[in-house]
Write a protein of this length. Structure first.
Length: 215
């Protein structure tokens, strides 16, 4: 690469937005729309998570009921433990009955509560992640290509006031842009090129690239 070209590349930074006002506004609107969509998907996932998480109250109720039953049997065991001869056996039987009934119910309730919590997390993530990935796959690659093209155009179209560059830019516009686009800048694009009236053609080329016109 020639030294002067290297200096031009070094001076150019990553270009995120076009200089042309209309293109800049539309690009900013698309970026904001992407952020809003991601925020909406996150909010939807959060709402789904909490809606499902509320169902865990059923498991909590079952667990608390089982714990209460087990506690009741434990209290009864404590009350009869002091009875002579049979107190120890009765207390042991009551404690076993408490663990077999209330304890099992409490364990089942806790398991149901944990399952609901995991389901809430899973559904919340699905509602957020799947549409977010879809939107990113659709919108991000074109945006990345636009940034690359803008950055490359900033390098390739540096110093548009140089006479030879102006001539080449005018030729690129006249031969490369659609006629409908050219007519927005001049009524006779090929005539302008032939007569070396480069200003409208250079303006068309720079606007098409999203680069600010000098002067």
């Amino acid at each position: 690469m020639p030294p002067e070209s290297g200096r031009i590349v070094d001076r150019v930074q990553l270009k995120l937005y076009p200089d042309v006002p209309s293109k800049r506004r539309s690009t900013i609107v698309r970026d904001i729309a992407l952020l809003v969509l991601v925020a909406l998907f996150a909010w939807g996932g959060y709402r789904v998570y909490h809606a499902v998480e509320r169902l865990s109250v059923l498991g909590t109720g079952v667990r608390d009921a089982g714990t209460s039953v087990e506690s009741g049997f434990g209290s009864a065991a404590g009350a009869v433990r002091g009875i002579p001869l049979v107190g120890g056996s009765l207390a042991g039987a009551l404690e076993t009955a408490g663990r077999g009934s209330g304890g099992n119910v409490a364990t089942l309730g806790q398991k149901g509560e944990d399952e609901v919590h995991r389901l809430a997390v899973l559904l919340g993530l699905v509602v957020f992640v799947l549409p977010t990935l879809l939107v990113l796959v659709i919108l991000v690659p074109p945006r990345v290509r636009q940034v690359r093209q803008l950055t490359a155009a900033s390098i390739a179209l540096a110093d548009p006031d140089d006479p030879e560059r102006r001539r080449l830019l005018a030729m690129r516009a006249a031969f490369g842009l659609p006629y409908g686009t050219l007519l927005g800048y001049t009524r006779d694009p090929l005539g302008d090129l032939a007569r070396e009236r480069y200003d409208p053609l250079v303006a068309a080329a720079l606007d098409d690239a999203g680069i600010r016109r000098e002067g």
